[in-house]
Ligand binder design. Structure first.
Ligand code: ADP
Ligand code: ZN
Length: 238
């Protein structure tokens, strides 16, 4: 009897400690941040954007933020050690115990390997790859307006805020990110193809990748497809 109680306790602990990790992978401007918002609300998992974490460090002028700034402004990747530090710190917080949604991480194979090392056997990793041709991404990003307060994203033509330069959610001021200019975007796309795109094959070979084409489709349709993949993968309960 006692033995069974111990086994049951062990199983329960194992079950409870399993976490759902969802990666939103895709080029800049594919809509990772946009779809992460309803996903985090519905799945009740925190949304972790490494870009947002860096921007918040930058705003607070921390040492890490200052170190990362020159890379971000030039459209380059922040070195892996800095990214891993910032991510490690965030995912060790108690709200990440049941899982989290990663947006903008991993972006290199070293980052993907470091994440894997951190996950335990029972953790579930699902990758949603938002695919789009480069030709649409430059327009999407250069017209993007981000809320300086809550980080919500609008587009001056494709999804404008109700009032010009004011966030619909928190009335914060909308600004263009410094790295959202045409020149920097082109650089970010080159970096994406060289460093991040190989991760698609990597996750495909592990059978954890679902591709969602985001070209010329509306937001709701894309989100429904993401959701149906996650339902099939049992991330959402039916
Ligand atoms: P987007 O998805 O639109 O490219 P992000 O907000 O995710 O924008 O990232 C902005 C910048 O922050 C990147 O161009 C890069 O310099 C830096 N960054 C964010 N995440 C990472 C990461 N995982 N590895 C390296 N650099 C990163
Ligand atoms: Zn806002």
């Amino acid at each position: 009897m006692k033995k069974w109680i111990i086994i049951m306790a062990l199983l329960t602990t194992t079950f409870l400690s399993a976490s759902q990790v969802i990666i939103l992978l895709g080029p800049p401007g594919a809509g990772k941040g946009t779809h992460a918002v309803p996903l985090k609300d519905e799945l009740k998992l925190p949304h972790i954007s490494t870009g947002d974490l860096f921007r918040s460090h930058l705003k607070n002028k921390t040492e890490l933020g200052i170190k990362a700034k020159k890379y971000i402004d030039n459209g380059e990747l922040v070195p892996d050690e800095l990214v891993l530090d910032i991510l490690q710190e965030r995912i060790s917080q108690p709200d990440c115990k049941e899982g989290y949604i990663l947006d903008g991480f991993p972006r290199t194979s070293a980052q993907a390997k470091a994440l894997e090392k951190r996950l335990s056997k029972q953790d579930e990793l699902k990758v949603i790859y938002l695919s789009a041709p480069d030709s649409i991404l430059v327009d999407r990003i250069t017209g993007r307006q981000s809320c300086s307060s809550c980080g919500a994203v609008f587009h001056k033509t494709f999804s404008p805020s109700k009032k010009s330069l004011e966030c619909d959610h928190c009335y914060g001021k909308l600004v263009q990110r410094k790295d959202d200019t045409e020149e920097v975007v082109k650089k970010r796309l080159v970096v994406y193809h060289a460093e991040t795109k190989p991760l698609i094959e990597y996750y495909k070979s592990k059978g954890t990748l679902f591709e969602v084409d985001v070209n010329q489709r509306d937001k709701a349709e894309i989100f429904n497809e993401i959701k149906s993949h996650l339902i099939d993968a049992s991330v959402y309960s039916k």
